[in-house]
Unconditional design. Structure first.
Lengths: 342, 152, 495
């Protein structure tokens, strides 16, 4: 008797959920549909806002951008429509945003590419500092250093010793030349004074596959890609290249804890607008974005992509951060002899 | 023996391959480092492939001079130009004016490339398909396209 | 195994999951029909919506979009020579010819049926052999990939119809086009001429749509006498018994090839379709029928791309390694639901794993039920006067290619490839080998350079690794049989 009551309850719960989720699907479609409907509100925003995402669909910056865009649409009362403009390591989207009309109806969700590009490209068609107005940082993503489980070194110190004893023998894979993980590997070379060989892959996942299949000895990866393999014992994480430990892998020491100081490589995501966007609009957006990144369920969703949400990032402080990061990356790229891209 | 070059199929095929192959080879040899076979540079593979393509082009060109086969049928210059012009116009207008104006221009220019052009028909078709594409792409699939862009 | 499957069905057959399965395959079919609108774009747009759903329902829906797109992709290939998805380029070759002969109905039906069969087999394969196969796939290093690419390209050229030299040249042409973009090993931009939009290479749909669809429309309009393109009388909507019989073995072979490639992370479904088509052409008694509307040329690649898509779930689900950007999105969907993808998914979330597998089978069934009655409607589309049809084809081309990256430059490129495609068509150069070279070229360069870097410049690595050696041996064997065949022909001619 009791059992059947329970089942009924369960069923009705599922039915309710079904109805709710159908509603959600329809609601979302309607929301997208209203983007062309005229609206007569007096103040900003009175029409849909274009959110440029500088990488293709499916990456962390895309996912986090879309999570925030959904909430931002609710907060602003106008749809925030994500638009992927990928290419040239994110510079296609950044240039697009830098040259867009500064009226608050175009914003961009960027990554650390913004601060790395000046050190990697001979010529950029926009100025990362002068042409873009920072709004708020949304997340940070520390780089993770992982190694094959059957590799003789068990921790960062042993790895450095092993690499010193076998110069030019240890290989490391990354998702591409000039990516944050690549700069991480080059930083390790100069900080620990070891000779290890960079093997670039076309993307983070191929690099992960290469490491798991034993093609390369270790890899510098994002926590999102590496964490499941580390948890399953298919890869061993030596260090996280951040100031604090990674949320997904709390047992993995930071590089400092593992014995190398100043070995910090952190990716980030954040919103920017074209320079010249009215200050009150920038401030309004900054406040709304920070409200969203403070919501527990949003924080939880962002964390699930292996990145850590940032809240309380104000435009001035974000701008300072960007200004400070650019020369730092340029120096790493120069020290590592990474040829500049035309 | 006088060789007829006009409409010589293999001659022009060879010429096309040589043009592409040589371009690839010259650019990669002059601009991109070759590297070594251990650590190949960005120029290694394209210059090799460009060279192979040029060689194929030379062979096919020579064969064309011997065989002298002609290109079959007339060239459809009018549809070729108008259809692709329509596509280019769409690309030029979409960011500046939005989907609806771009589609109008695309439909009219490309329809001119057809065999018969009836203004009324094209107009009806344009209106119908613009509405259909709004329903399908913007409303249904939620693709970030705007029907009209007024700014700029 | 059986208990697991029954359990899976009991989960997947709930009203809610059936509903999302239907939504998924329906959207997938739609997305597949539209060129340029890829499953990747639509899945990423639907991702935030799935936050409110249960994990299994959201996964079922997203998976449905992905494999549903493979069904839809063949439709426009057959009807209009307009490849809706990368994997359906091959279907254009014989499918479109069948449509011109008034046999669009059987072509569409066979495409759906062979896809269904391949989908079923793929589902069973995931359930039975998923984990061990995924482990095996990791043994594929750069050397193996390179040897596999060589085999694929040699086979393509050797088996191409007509002019072998031209086909080989077209393969190389494709490889050269594939070089455009950022060099993986050095980060350098090659042949981009300062255009940002080219830094990730020329989009596949741009090349395929330009060479196939644009060129075909121009050709249809070139002579002023005939006004209609689809003049052949439509004989029947459904395949005949002879059609079905002819398709059985190709479907089986296509399924096998597609399953194999699907398990390799990084190999797209286009490779499966290509190799399946080439295999059929190699073993048929009369290769000249291919490209002229051979039903095997539809059945086999369609089976291959669908098997591929199903099997590409294996590395994703069992190892947590996404083989493609779409799979990376699926992993994202899992993670947002709080499920750590990876080796433990099968034991920790059996309802999810087996429920998804069962839903894939159900989804394939829905697709067949959905697609077969649609055949009649699609075929009627061909009765629309061509002067109305072709501007609409161009609308889909433009909107689709624009929405890839919201870039006008890609539209200009489409026009450029349309012109190139028409010139190649007039010069009687088959576009298919070019496309193959274009797809495989970058993989080939990447694996060659990495293999050499890892072996410290020692080229024997291609012969000392057993799997790589096997591919090399098959390549040599293929070349020998072709040369022997040629010699025998010559001798026969001489005597």
């Amino acid at each position: 008797m009791e059992k059947s009551v329970k089942n009924d309850k369960k069923y009705s719960g599922a039915a309710k959920r079904t109805i709710r989720s159908i509603g959600a699907v329809l609601g979302a479609l309607l929301l997208i549909g209203t983007m062309v409907a005229p609206s007569y509100a007096q103040s900003y925003p009175d029409k849909p806002i274009r959110l440029v995402i500088i990488f293709p669909p499916g990456g962390g910056v895309d996912n986090v951008g879309r999570i925030i865009a959904t909430k931002l649409s609710e907060a602003l009362g106008q749809p925030v429509v994500p638009e992927n403009r990928a290419g040239a390591g994110g510079n296609v989207g950044l240039e697009f945003a830098a040259k867009a009309r500064p009226d608050g109806y175009t914003i961009v969700h960027s990554t650390e590419s913004l601060t790395m590009s000046p050190g990697l490209y001979n010529r950029l068609n926009y100025d990362p500092v002068k042409d873009l107005q920072p709004i708020a940082q949304t997340a940070v993503s520390p780089i993770l250093m992982v190694i094959r489980p059957d590799f003789p070194a068990k921790n960062l110190k042993e790895l450095v010793e092993y690499a010193k004893a076998n110069p030019g023998k240890v290989t490391y894979g990354t998702g591409g030349v000039g990516s944050a993980p690549h700069l991480g590997g080059e930083m390790l070379k100069s900080l620990a004074k070891i000779d290890i060989v960079h093997v670039p892959y076309k993307g983070v996942v191929p690099a992960l596959v290469g490491m798991m299949g034993g093609e390369v000895d270790m890899a510098f990866l994002t926590p999102a890609a590496a964490a499941p393999q580390v948890q399953a014992g298919k890869a061993r994480a030596l260090a996280v290249l951040g100031n604090t430990r990674a949320l997904l892998l709390p047992d993995v020491p930071t590089a400092k804890e593992a014995g190398i100081d100043n070995f910090v490589v952190t990716g980030w995501y954040g919103f920017l607008a074209p320079a010249g966007t009215p200050q009150d609009i920038v401030n309004r957006l900054s406040v709304e974005v920070n409200k969203i990144t403070a919501m527990p369920e949003i924080r939880e969703n962002i964390q699930k992509f292996g990145v850590e949400p940032v809240t309380g990032s104000v435009p001035e402080q974000f701008a300072e951060f960007i200004k400070a990061e650019i020369p730092r990356w340029s120096k790493v790229a120069k020290d590592a002899n990474i040829p500049k891209i035309d | 023996m006088k060789v007829e070059l006009r409409n010589n199929k293999d001659f022009f095929t060879g010429l096309l391959f040589i043009a592409v192959g040589l371009t690839a080879m010259v650019i990669s040899l002059s601009d991109y480092p070759l590297g070594t076979s251990l650590n190949m540079g960005p120029g290694y593979f394209p210059s090799l492939m460009g060279g192979i393509l040029t060689a194929f082009g030379l062979y096919i060109m020579a064969r064309g001079l011997i065989k002298g086969e002609k290109i079959a049928g007339a060239w459809g210059i009018r549809p070729l130009i108008l259809l692709n012009l329509g596509v280019m116009a769409f690309g030029f207008l979409i960011d500046r004016f939005g989907l609806a104006p771009s589609l109008v221009v695309l439909f009219f220019i490309s329809a001119l490339g057809g065999k018969e052009f009836k203004f009324k028909e094209v107009l009806i078709l344009t209106v119908l398909m613009t509405v259909a594409s709004w329903v399908l792409f913007i409303y249904g699939l939620g693709i970030p396209l705007r029907l009209f862009v007024w700014e700029n | 195994m059986l208990d697991h499957l029954i359990f899976g069905f009991s989960v997947a057959l709930s009203l809610q999951n059936l509903f999302y399965c239907f939504i998924g395959v329906f959207v997938g079919t739609l997305v597949g029909v539209l060129p340029g609108i890829s499953p990747l774009i639509s899945i990423s747009m639907l991702l935030p919506i799935t936050f409110t759903l249960e994990p299994l329902s959201s996964l079922i829906m997203l998976a449905g979009i992905y494999y549903g797109a493979q069904y839809g992709g063949s439709t426009t290939s057959i009807l209009l020579n307009l490849p809706g998805e990368a994997s359906s380029v091959i279907t254009c070759m014989d499918g479109y010819q069948m449509a011109r002969q008034g046999r669009a109905g059987p072509a569409l039906a066979i495409a759906a049926i062979s896809s269904f069969f391949a989908g079923c087999v793929g589902t069973v394969l995931i359930g039975m052999f998923g984990p061990p196969i995924a482990e095996l796939a990791l043994k594929f290093h750069a050397a193996e990939y390179f040897s596999l690419m060589v085999l694929g390209l040699v086979a393509a050229a050797v088996l191409a119809q007509g002019d072998m030299v031209k086909a080989l040249a077209m393969v190389v042409f494709g490889i050269v086009l594939g070089v455009v973009g950022t060099d993986v090993s050095s980060g350098r931009q090659r042949f981009t001429f300062g255009i940002y939009d080219l830094s990730d290479g020329i989009g596949f749909t741009i090349v395929a749509v330009g060479l196939f669809a644009v060129a075909e429309v121009v050709k249809n309009l070139e002579n002023t006498e005939t006004t209609e393109v689809f003049t052949a009388k439509i004989t029947s909507l459904m395949p005949t018994l002879a059609d079905m019989k002819a398709s059985v073995n190709p479907t089986l072979r296509g399924t096998a090839l597609g399953s194999f490639f699907g398990m390799l992370p990084g190999a797209g479904p286009a490779i499966s379709a290509f190799s399946a088509y080439m295999l059929e052409k190699k073993i048929t008694k009369d290769p000249s029928r291919f490209g002229q509307g051979a039903i095997e040329g539809v059945a086999s690649p369609e089976a291959a791309n669908n098997a591929h898509v199903q099997c590409s779930f294996i590395p994703t689900l069992t190892l947590g390694i996404p083989g493609s950007p779409v799979m990376a999105l699926m992993l994202g969907a899992l993670m947002i639901q709080g499920i750590a993808p990876g080796p433990q998914v099968m034991t920790r979330n059996p309802d999810l794993f087996w429920g998804l597998i069962a839903s894939m089978w159900i989804g394939n069934l829905i697709l067949v039920v959905l697609n077969l009655p649609l055949v009649g409607i699609w075929v009627k589309l061909l009765k629309v006067p061509y002067r109305w049809l072709f501007p609409c084809i161009f609308m889909f081309i433009c909107v689709g290619n624009y929405s890839l990256n919201n870039s006008a430059i890609e539209i200009y490129l489409t026009a450029g490839f349309g012109v190139l495609g028409y010139i190649l068509l007039k010069l009687e150069c088959e576009p298919a080998p070019l496309i193959l070279g274009y797809v495989l070229g970058p993989l080939m360069e990447d694996s060659l350079r990495r293999a050499m870097l890892l072996s410290r410049g020692d080229p024997t690595v291609f012969f000392t690794r057993p799997i790589s050696l096997a591919f090399i041996l098959v390549t040599v064997l293929l070349l020998i049989t072709v040369i022997m065949h040629g010699l025998r022909k010559k001798r026969e001619k001489g005597s």
